[in-house]
Design a protein around this ligand. Structure first.
Ligand code: AMP
Ligand code: MG
Length: 411
């Protein structure tokens, strides 16, 4: 087992060596980043924008708020008159312009969101007033101005969202507020999903002796859905070069990416790498120093990509999170960054083999610590049901003392 730690520049220089060796997660990420290009753009209605990535800068088309408006229901008046009983002029509902200016010892009733009448500098809350013989009396010790000033949130032409921003829920009302109803976004990648293995049956079939259910296909399709991508499931390729070749060709047709699981380690029936090469897919790495997920393959053919994920469900889940997800976002123009999160570990934790960086599932306790979930290894996908995130022990690192602050990757 050999490791190559190298810089960006070394990647091309030593491409040949890396091909044969295990690369670190960081180098794998660099190789992927260097291969990525931006997908085309399209214009879609705001209603369909959630989860997409902006391909244009968005500016405000007006001041926000667009006029001085009342923050409360109450009476618009002059602060200097607050000690006096005030004459009531009119009622200003939201959506209507005031018709009368406020003068000495005068006020107008005003609703939240309505424009402030000329002359007024204060809105007293209705709860802080009494009506005495038809006049309005302020009965509280003090008041704020309760006016939202024109342009206090945004000025016309302010940049509100920028190219590469992921459109999450808060971005939707911002688009709406500036009248951006048709939005330029990067198109979604077309992704084909293939499982491999003679032992696999589809989930609706009861496995016979020596068979297991194909869980990876549904898992990967679900991981894609979380990115808003509707994957195209091709099926299960048999452990034969003919079947694998045929499925791969179907997958490559009209797809930007093929995600294949299983058949990528060095077992007797694992011939995927040679079929990839036959199909003109240049393998950029085929093994990474990460556990679970060592036999992960990344390859490229002109504008198409290939990921070979390990067959074991936890391995393919983890490698999707670590490598495929940021890659898909990068194609869509977004720089994915896991939320930085450091938490103390709630128990002493150790592992034996320290040759690879290892990920372990953890849950978050009520007291704000991470607790490792019972985990039997890379086939044990059920352990992830309880997991809120993953922690990683670095190469050479064997123990974590209770209380150590550790980076957590939420899942
Ligand atoms: P492989 O990478 O093909 O050597 O497979 C490694 C392990 O993962 C084997 O135990 C396989 O049975 C299992 N495996 C492979 N593909 C799948 C799948 N689609 N769903 C569930 N388990 C799988
Ligand atoms: Mg297999």
């Amino acid at each position: 087992m050999r490791f190559y730690f190298c810089t960006k520049r070394d990647i091309s220089t030593f491409a040949f060596k890396i091909l044969k060796a295990m690369v670190t997660q960081e180098v794998a990420k660099e190789i992927i980043d260097q291969s990525v290009f931006l997908l085309d753009t399209e214009e879609i209605p705001i209603q369909n924008c959630l989860g997409r990535v902006l391909a244009e800068n968005v500016h405000s088309d007006m001041d926000m708020p667009p006029f001085n408006k009342s923050a409360v229901d109450g009476y618009a008046c002059r602060k200097q008159d607050l000690a006096n009983d005030l004459e009531l002029l009119e009622t200003i509902p939201a959506g209507k312009a005031p018709t009368l200016p406020i003068g000495l010892n005068q006020c107008s009733q005003i609703m939240t969101g309505a424009p402030i009448p000329e002359g007024a500098d204060t809105i007293v809350m209705i709860e802080h007033t009494q009506i005495i013989e038809g006049k309005i009396r302020f009965i509280h010790e003090k008041t704020a101005s309760n006016i939202c000033a024109i342009g206090e949130d945004l000025k016309a032409w302010d940049l509100v969202l920028k190219i590469g921003d992921l459109i999450k829920t808060p971005q939707i009302p911002v688009l709406a507020s500036v009248g951006k109803t048709i939005v330029k976004v990067y198109r979604l990648p077309k992704v084909a999903v293939i499982s491999t293995g003679d032992e696999l049956v589809e989930p609706d079939v009861k496995p016979q002796t020596a068979q297991i259910r194909n869980t990876n296909a549904m898992q990967i399709m679900a991981q894609l859905s979380q990115l808003g991508i509707a994957g195209r499931y091709i099926g299960i390729a048999k452990d034969s070069p003919e079947s694998t070749r045929q499925m791969l060709e179907v997958g490559l047709k009209e797809s930007d990416i093929v995600l294949l699981s299983g058949g990528v380690s060095m077992g007797e029936f694992d011939f995927v790498p040679s079929i990839l090469e036959e199909n003109g897919i240049r393998i950029l790495f085929r093994s990474i120093a990460v556990q679970p997920g060592r036999p992960t393959i990344f390859g490229k053919k002109e504008k198409q990509f290939f990921f070979g994920l390990p067959g074991n469900p936890v391995s393919s889940f983890v490698q999707f999170e670590l490598l495929v997800k940021p890659f898909l976002y990068a194609l869509m123009g977004h720089h994915f960054r896991p939320t930085p999160l450091k938490m103390p570990i709630g128990v002493d934790f150790s592992r034996k083999n320290t040759k690879r960086k290892s990920y372990f599932p953890v849950y978050f306790s009520d007291s704000g610590e991470v607790i490792p979930v019972d985990y039997n290894g890379s086939a044990h996908i059920h352990s992830y049901v309880q997991a809120d995130g993953m922690i990683a022990l670095q190469i050479g690192e064997s123990t974590l003392k209770k209380g150590t602050l550790i980076d957590v990757r939420q899942i």
